[in-house]
Design a binder for this molecule. Structure first.
Ligand code: GDP
Length: 486
């Protein structure tokens, strides 16, 4: 199915086949209307059921979002500490709290949005200073949680918080038995700590019975740095609905990413300026994302060898010719040759320098004209800085406008680019014991991101058909204990 609906820029449907609803102010979010012209692949159209679900969601967001009477009433309940159970609450909410790098944030926000769709909740974002200025509002009204929200110190919520689901269970302040949990017995809000340091009882979030209990809680606050969609398929409560929403299993992050994320006008300006200056004229765009994790570093020379070995194996970067052959292939006759742009995203400049020099010093086979470009090299990951995050976002999008992608395995930054691009990337494998891995890279079997942390929890209650499930779940190519959808 991949690539069949490759759209010409001119023919691109500006609302992604109805995925985006018309009618929002174009000037407020230019990328929303323009981005369909930049993507090279749109392999999956949204199902009718997904379109219905999104339109219903938008109506709910308008009805229940900040500034509406139901929102005010719900916040009043929360402030007074009374359990406004879902039986009498008109609107229920899930608040997403940003945590970790931008790729992690986008993937966990996307998963939380899907969770909101499945549980008929309204998604709101606790927008920290470094999260503002990145994205447009995706829904009618606002998705930003107003600053007078009564739960103080949201950014300090963590594994030890009294209101975390795990601690409420351990302290017997909530019962995870759906038959016993009455609407009045649950607290007005529950904090779901699902980040990497979660404990055993926090993991019970991933159980069907616990979902039936949580369904009675008016406000859920979530902190999660994972792509947890694969775990939602594992719950009987959601599984059938997910199948209807996404007949093609690998299309979840692709479709929801294009629906939810639209770079703000300032980031969109960075993206389009760069694209038109360096990439637009090329006949082929090759995106290369190189991430060296602090927990798996190897020398730059070794990493460069790995990239080149991978490129030879998978035929990604244009081949070069040596010596006299170079002179003949760099003739003035460019018949049959192609112009190619290699976009490098990396915190370091080393790989860009080397790859650029390669095509300066050597001719490419077939006389291809190869440009090598890198928008920034920030040297290190900086937490909490808006301009740093804006550059990261711009580069995720520039990568997603590629014809071909080479990313780094285990990187959520790379996952997000591939899903937005609608491409199954080639992924560099992660070095072990400081050595270049063998094979150097693999072709991904799906454009879905990997869920790095399987819930690994024993659940009571209704289970899904594991045999059926196992046909669509695969261990990730790049992360041993992770799972992904194919
Ligand atoms: P992951 O750590 O690779 O899974 O990706 P994250 O996006 O969650 O965290 C890495 C962070 O480091 C990014 O959000 C950026 O802030 C920064 N970063 C990593 N690689 C790049 C890059 O190629 N370009 C830019 N501009 N920033 C990067």
């Amino acid at each position: 199915l991949l690539n069949v609906s490759r759209q010409s820029a001119a023919g691109a449907d500006e609302l992604f086949g109805g995925l985006l609803s018309p009618g929002s102010d174009r000037r407020a979010c230019l990328g929303r209307y323009q981005s369909p012209h930049y993507y090279k692949h749109s392999p999956y159209a949204p199902s009718r059921h997904l379109l219905r679900k999104l339109r219903d969601y938008e109506a709910r967001h308008s009805r229940c979002g900040p500034g509406t009477p139901p929102y005010a009433r719900s916040v009043d309940h929360l402030r007074s500490g009374s359990s406004s159970s879902t039986e009498d609450a008109e609107c229920n909410y899930v608040v997403w709290i940003p945590y970790n790098g931008l790729g992690n944030r986008m993937l966990s926000l996307l998963s939380t949005f899907l969770y909101a769709l499945l549980t008929d909740r309204v998604l709101l974002v606790h927008s920290t200073d470094d999260f503002t200025g990145l994205f447009c509002e995706p829904f009618p009204g606002t998705w930003v949680l107003p600053p007078d929200f009564p739960v103080a110190d949201m950014s300090w919520l963590g594994v030890g918080s009294n209101q975390s689901y795990g601690n409420l269970l351990d302290g017997k302040k909530i019962a995870n038995d759906p038959a016993k949990a009455t609407a009045r017995s649950v607290p007005p809000y529950v904090y779901l700590h699902l980040a990497h340091d979660l404990r055993r009882s926090d993991r019970l979030f991933y159980c069907n019975d616990d979902q039936l209990v949580l369904a009675k809680v008016n406000w859920l606050l979530v902190q999660n740095d994972f792509y947890f969609v694969p775990a939602l398929y594992d719950m009987a409560e959601f599984e059938a609905e997910l199948r209807r929403l996404f007949p093609a299993k690998e299309s979840v992050a692709h479709l929801l990413g294009r629906y939810l994320f639209h770079p703000s006008n300032s980031v969109w300006g960075m993206i389009t300026r760069y694209y038109h200056t360096y990439m637009a004229q090329a006949e082929e765009r090759i995106g290369v994302q190189i991430r060296m994790f602090s927990w798996a570093t190897i020398p730059v020379d070794d990493m460069y060898s790995q990239i080149m070995a991978c490129s030879r194996q998978e035929h990604i970067l244009p081949e070069v010719v040596d010596g006299d052959a170079a002179a003949s292939s760099s003739s003035h006759d460019h018949g049959g040759s192609k112009s190619k742009a290699i976009l490098i995203a990396s915190l370091q400049a080393d790989y860009y320098d080397r790859i650029k020099s390669t095509y300066y010093e050597h001719a490419a086979k077939g006389g291809d004209m190869v440009g090598v470009f890198q928008p920034s090299h920030e040297e290190r990951q900086i937490m909490g800085q808006r301009t740093h995050n804006q550059k990261a976002l711009a580069e995720i999008y520039l990568l997603s406008f590629s014809d071909v992608l080479l990313t780094t395995g285990a990187s959520t930054f790379g996952y997000m680019s591939s899903s937005l691009a609608g491409l199954r990337p080639t992924m560099l494998m992660i070095p072990e014991d400081g050595k270049v891995p063998e094979p150097p890279c693999v072709r991904a079997v799906s454009m879905e991101p990997c869920f790095h942390m399987t819930p690994d929890v024993e659940c009571r209650g209704k289970a899904v058909n594991k045999e059926e499930l196992s046909r669509h779940v695969k261990e990730c190519e790049d992360v041993g204990k992770g799972i992904k959808w194919i």
